[in-house]
Design a protein around this ligand. Structure first.
Ligand SMILES: Nc1nc2c(ncn2[C@@H]2O[C@H](COP(=O)(O)OP(=O)(O)O)[C@@H](O)[C@H]2O)c(=O)[nH]1
Ligand SMILES: [Mg+2]
Length: 471
């Protein structure tokens, strides 16, 4: 592994990068962004301010009006407002120029091409943020929060990403690393002076401190179980035999006619996915084909996809037609999802039917049983509450604390936890100090991965390749 040190990171960037930072398509304005030591010089070659003043002669953090011109042809490409931000108070800590022109593909592409012609290089996805990290303005977990913030599907997801961006997780990790460092330094000092036995009092102190850190790591790990839903969304599959009202339920939850509803069983062939916001929980809701034996090719494939969606889902909404007696096909579906987190929606409550044994037959299969009418909209609020509560059991207590939402962080914390636990066991059983020290050091390094204090090119490539171009 090649570790990157802060000192090495400085002066890494000889080149100036450029990208269109606004989404593709038409918009009132669009932004081409440049970052690097030649950003201002390059922008001066394509921008002509109305008053004839160059950007190089302008003060930092100013916006200047003028025109973008192609110097080879003399053509004016667009009218623009240009922001100039000088290092170090910028997003990347380098000089940044943002060219605000009209938001169509032609002006934006022309501006970008001119920037490249005058010496800029096209930016890779996430390269601006990568520079912000490598230049020490933000740490790695904060850089990851940038993309989480962009992708946040609900206000609650945004709140959590913003907290991470503002360093709440980093502070926590920093604090834990400080405590761990103290332990490591102490143990390593004892190794250097082998004639001095580790005193009983110090040993007790180390054990106490390590146990405290373990507890905090454990609560971070626990926060992931529910916290991840806010970053990734929660997949809920609507399943059931044909014609019970699955597609009607999807439409009712979305309040639009998204899926085709007919009274012909087997209408839905493909799985349909849509997002729904339930009190800040981003729910990806999947309508599936009715599960039954079929010899018809398209339906068979639909059933296969339903079963796949069912297996991958975090939550199952099993729909039963409450207006007719329970069928063997209903039970077969419920048997399939027995091990999953399941809610049963007993549909068509608008049609009276008096099977009074229904509830008792369904109870073994679900955490919640809700009577609904998809066509009338009855019981939907109750169903949404059940969805929220069955997935976010501890959320009320957890939401105020530091939450982890990212699998990479969870893996690192889990590894730190395991090492620390092994180290603790080694102390308690009187193992050699060298062994104890290795475990504690490893825990420290694994925590360092989260904020990027310890990292490799490989980790960085993986993280930043998920970004959009221009961020
Ligand atoms: N009365 C009544 N009919 C419903 C209700 N939900 C769905 N249906 C009807 O049941 C039939 C099958 O609905 P659909 O949503 O296509 O079922 P799917 O095959 O499970 O997706 C259609 O004729 C719907 O209008 C409901 O709550 N009440
Ligand atoms: Mg359907």
């Amino acid at each position: 592994m090649r570790f990157m040190e802060a000192a090495v990171r400085e002066k890494m960037f000889e080149d100036t990068i450029a990208a269109i930072s606004t989404p593709a398509g038409e918009g009132g304005i669009g932004i081409v962004r440049l970052s690097g030591k030649d950003a201002i010089k390059i922008a001066d070659k394509l921008f002509h301010s109305l008053k004839g003043k160059t950007l190089s002669a302008s003060a930092s953090h100013k916006i200047i009006y003028g025109f973008i011109k192609n110097s080879s042809t003399g053509e004016t490409v667009d009218e623009a407002l240009v922001s100039i931000m000088r290092s170090p108070n910028t997003y990347t800590r380098e000089d940044i120029v943002e060219i605000n022109c009209h938001g169509g593909m032609s002006p934006l592409r022309n501006v970008l091409e001119l920037a490249v012609k005058h010496g800029a290089r096209l930016a890779e996805p996430g390269e601006f943020t990568r520079r912000a990290f490598l230049n020490g303005r933000i740490d790695l977990s904060e850089a990851e929060a940038v993309i989480d913030l962009i992708r946040a599907k609900t206000d609650e997801s945004r709140r959590i990403a913003l907290e991470q961006l503002r360093g709440r997780l980093s502070e926590k990790i920093l604090h834990l690393r400080e405590q761990l460092t103290k332990i490591c330094v102490f143990i390593e000092a004892c190794i250097d002076f082998p004639e001095e036995e580790i005193e009983l009092a110090s040993k007790k102190e180390i054990i106490k401190s390590a146990e405290r850190i373990l507890k905090e790591l454990d609560s971070l790990l626990k926060s992931y179980d529910e916290g991840r839903f806010f970053r990734e969304g929660l997949a809920a599959a609507i399943v059931g035999r044909p014609n019970v009202g699955k597609s009607s339920l999807l439409n009712a939850l979305l309040q639009k006619d998204r899926a085709i509803v007919t009274d012909t069983p087997g209408t839905t062939r493909d799985t349909i996915e849509e997002y729904l916001n339930i009190d800040g929980l981003p729910l990806c809701i999947i309508d599936t084909a009715g599960i039954r034996e079929s010899h018809e090719m398209a339906e068979k494939e639909g059933v296969r996809r339903s079963i796949m969606a069912m297996e991958d889902a975090d939550l199952i909404i099993a729909v039963i037609d409450g207006s007719v007696p329970l069928k063997d096909e209903d039970i077969e579906v419920l048997e399939r999802v027995k091990e999953k987190n399941t809610i049963i929606a007993v549909n068509k409550s608008d049609i009276p039917f008096g099977e009074n044994t229904l509830a008792s037959r369904l109870t073994p299969y679900a955490s919640h049983i809700i009577r609904i009418s998809a066509t009338r909209g009855d019981g939907l609020d109750e169903l949404k509450n059940a969805i929220f509560n069955s997935c976010l059991k501890n959320w009320k207590e957890q939401k105020e604390g530091v939450i982890i939402t990212n699998l990479r962080h969870k893996i690192a914390i889990q590894a730190a936890y395991d090492s620390l636990k092994d180290g603790l066991k080694a102390i308690k059983t009187g193992k050699p100090l060298e062994i104890i020290a290795i475990e504690f050091r490893n825990a420290l390094d694994r925590l360092g991965e989260i904020v990027g204090a310890v990292t490799t090119d490989d980790i960085l490539n993986r993280i930043f390749s998920n970004f959009c171009i221009g961020k």
